[in-house]
Each structure stands twice: as C-alpha cells, then as structure tokens.
Write a protein that binds this ligand. Structure first.
Ligand SMILES: Cc1cc2nc3c(=O)[nH]c(=O)nc-3n(C[C@H](O)[C@H](O)[C@H](O)COP(=O)(O)OP(=O)(O)OC[C@H]3O[C@@H](n4cnc5c(N)ncnc54)[C@H](O)[C@@H]3O)c2cc1C
Length: 381
C-alpha cells in the first residue's frame, strides 16, 4: 500500500475507531485493562507495520501519513497509539541500522505484530542522560550475557521483544562508544518485575524489568558492530518525537472537539456558553494551538521523509504540540465546569494523559535545548 491511498487508509481507520474503539475506551481505561481484542484488530489492519517497508511485509507509509494515523488514534485513546509507537521505533532501528539478515529475520514478524514490543532505554537512575545507564552485556562465546534493571518500559508485559540499550564496554569514554543496541526477545533471564501504576496512559503496560544473566545471541546485536547503540536509538528518537508530537495534536484536538460541542449545549444566563466572550477567547486559542501543532508535525514529518536532519523541526513539533495538549486539556476542563472533573466523561482522561507527552521521548526542557543548539549551529555568527 502506498501513500497515494492515504485517504482510503484514514477513512478505514476512522471507521475502525468509531465502531471498534470509542465505545470501549471509557471502561478499559477505568479498569486499566489491556485492550487485547482491539490489538488483534490492529494487527489485521497492518498498523504494526505502518512504516515498515513493503518488501518486509509492512505498509511502507511515509512518516507524514503515519503522523496522521497517530493523531487520529490518539483523538480516540492515547494508550492505543502507544501500543504501536514504541514498537515502530524498535522496528525503525532495525530497518535503518540492522544487517540484511536481521531485517529479513525480524521486520516481517514486527510488521504482523507476531513480534511486538518497544524500546528499553530508561533505568531507575537515568532517563535523559542515557550515557549513564548501568545495564551491561558481557560477551561469552556466541552470546552476550545481560545484567541490569530497566524501568518505565512500555509494551514490556504483553509484548515479547525490545530494542535494548546496554553497555558492552562500561569503561570506555565517551560512554556512548561502549553502548550497543540488541533485539532482545523474551526468554529466561528477561523478567517483568512489576507493572507501574500511572496517572494516565492507562490500559497500556509500562513496567520495570530485571535482566538476570539474560543471554542474547551475537546475531541480535543491531548492525553487528558494538559501540553504535546510542547513535542508533537516538536517530530513531526523531521519529519518536514526531510520534509524540502527533499524539499531542490528537489530545489537543480531542479537547477542542469536546469543548466546541459542550459550549453549544450548556446554557448560562439565557444563552449557550459559546456566546460568552470569555469562552470564545478560549476556543479561539485552543483551535489555534491545535492547528499550529498539526502544521509543525506535518513540517517535521516531511523533513524526516526527505531524509534531512530534523532534530530541530521534530523538537519544535514535539514542544509546541504537547504543550498545546496540556493547555487544551486544562481549558477543556474549565469549559466543562464540574462535568470536566467527573469520572463519567472523557475530559478528565485527557487531563491525565496529556502530561506524559511533555516527559516522554525527551522532556520539553530537552527539546528547547536541542532547538537552541541547532539554531546556533545552523546560524554561525
Ligand atoms: C508513561 C511512561 C512511559 C515511558 N515509556 C518508556 C519506554 O517505553 N522506554 C523507555 O526507555 N523509557 C520510557 N519512559 C521513560 C521516559 O523516556 C523518561 O521518563 C524521560 O526520558 C525522562 O527521564 P527521567 O524520568 O529519568 O527524568 P530525568 O532525566 O531525571 O529528568 C528530570 C528533570 O530534569 C530535567 N533535565 C534533565 N537533564 C537536563 C538538562 N541537561 N538540562 C535541563 N534540564 C534537564 C528534565 O527535563 C526533567 O525536568 C516512559 C516514561 C513514562 C512516564
């Protein structure tokens, strides 16, 4: 399937979300329950292979189309988007940096969702500063033996594989030269120690993991060469940031849609609240923020698809769209008055989901630092 079919793909997705997802979100979210049946349908639709090349069984979609898919899924339920997002960052690391044998072995199984997972980077002592990780992989014959702890790893309970960042040489400086990335399938020594309780982003599994003498074969070292792991995963994080930005657009838009609808129904002082200027100012700001975020995501995705360096563009999209999600979720709650605070409606879910977006895939503090550094680098005095 190519992007020429974008309208058909998005139309089919909208129908799926309206009939198979929207009616079930409230209960699944409230129970913090993994949406097994929905995930099976997502597999059938090929969503696990959105951006995997067609020659490996994926849909081969552009990042631009993928971002639209992410935004639409998130408008229905952000957790559902997370199930494919970190999975595709893992797939993208293999697609961009794997050996031919690794691509042939793993990508078709990633595309169908038979192998499904995410990325294992963060540890109890570090998230932003990834060079400080302590998980090690020591070579032993044809295997590496992995020991360490990872935390906040999404898709790690119900998934069965991770792109795992480790130190193959913990003593090297700079530290990134001793870091490597493995395709780590679940088996003995890969232990899901606990599922983490979260403010929002419920239903999806985010866990703490222990690696205790976990053996991974040398042919699972991405690219076949040690010392490139950080660079391999960071190049995928641009895609990750566009992902998260697209989620920001989804949440910002969902909040806007709810606010526009409610403000026409709710009356105070004899007229719908959308006729009060204070509410109009909010709606005007919310719509502008959502649209600005969408346009920045579109621009970053287009740069990514052209193969250009786009850390600044992805950073701007991530920063603007996710802050838009935070602000729109809060404004949506104000517009709904007490009903916004009720567990019976979706407004409070948006309010709980949005903050993850300013943390995940590089905090928004980090994004502004990246933007500033790039500004200086691209404009030498
Ligand atoms: C729900 C959820 C799901 C997640 N899923 C995954 C996953 O699937 N895989 C995975 O590997 N990780 C995952 N994470 C972890 C996430 O990527 C990290 O939380 C994130 O990178 C931030 O790291 P940290 O929490 O250790 O914060 P820290 O790095 O400790 O940062 C703390 C604060 O310091 C600021 N800060 C840090 N360094 C600087 C600096 N140089 N300059 C200025 N400010 C700075 C940060 O912006 C932040 O405000 C997930 C997190 C959550 C909450």
């Amino acid at each position: 399937m190519s992007d020429g079919n974008e309208a058909i793909i998005l139309d089919a997705l909208d129908k799926f979300l309206t009939t198979e997802v929207d009616p079930f979100v409230h209960d699944l979210e409230a129970r913090d329950e993994y949406p097994h049946e929905i995930v099976e349908k997502m597999k059938e639709m090929g969503l696990f292979g959105c951006i995997i090349a067609e020659e490996y069984g994926g849909l081969g979609l552009s990042t631009g189309t993928y971002a639209k898919i992410v935004a639409r899924i998130t408008r229905s339920w952000m957790s559902l988007s997370g199930i494919i997002n970190s999975h595709l960052i893992m797939a993208s690391a293999v697609q961009r940096h794997g050996t031919d044998a690794q691509k042939e072995r793993f990508l078709p199984r990633f595309a169908t969702g038979e192998l499904r997972g995410g990325v294992g980077l963060t540890e109890p002592d570090c998230g932003t500063d990834l060079q400080a990780i302590r998980t090690t992989a020591r070579r032993e014959g044809d295997d590496y033996v992995v020991n360490g702890t990872k935390t906040w790893i999404t898709n790690s309970k119900y998934g069965n594989v991770l792109a795992l960042l480790v130190k193959t040489d913990p003593k090297t400086t700079p530290a990134h030269k001793g870091m490597s990335l493995f395709i780590a399938e679940k088996h003995e020594g890969f232990i899901v120690s606990r599922k983490l309780e979260k403010l929002g982003y419920r239903g999806i599994d985010t866990c703490e993991l222990l690696f205790e003498n976990y053996h991974v074969h040398t042919d699972c070292l991405i690219g076949g060469v040690e010392g490139r792991g950080l660079q391999q995963i960071l190049s995928g994080l641009e895609l990750g940031r566009i992902n998260v930005a697209a989620r920001g657009v989804g949440v910002a838009r969902a909040a806007l849609d709810l606010a526009v609808a409610y403000s026409q129904q709710r009356k105070t002082f004899g007229k719908p609240i959308c006729d009060h200027q204070a509410i109009q100012l909010k709606l005007g700001e919310m719509a502008t923020r959502a649209e600005a975020g969408r346009l920045l995501v579109e621009a970053a995705a287009a740069a990514y698809d052209r193969g250009e360096r786009c850390d600044m563009e992805a950073g701007m999209a991530k920063y603007a769209a996710t802050e838009a999600a935070m602000e729109n979720a809060a404004e949506c709650m104000r517009i709904h008055g007490a009903y916004g605070y009720s567990k019976e409606y979706d407004v409070e879910r948006l309010y709980r989901d949005a903050p993850l977006l300013i943390i995940g895939e590089g905090t928004n503090e980090l994004q502004r630092i990246i933007i500033a550094k790039q500004l200086v680098e691209r404009n030498p005095a």
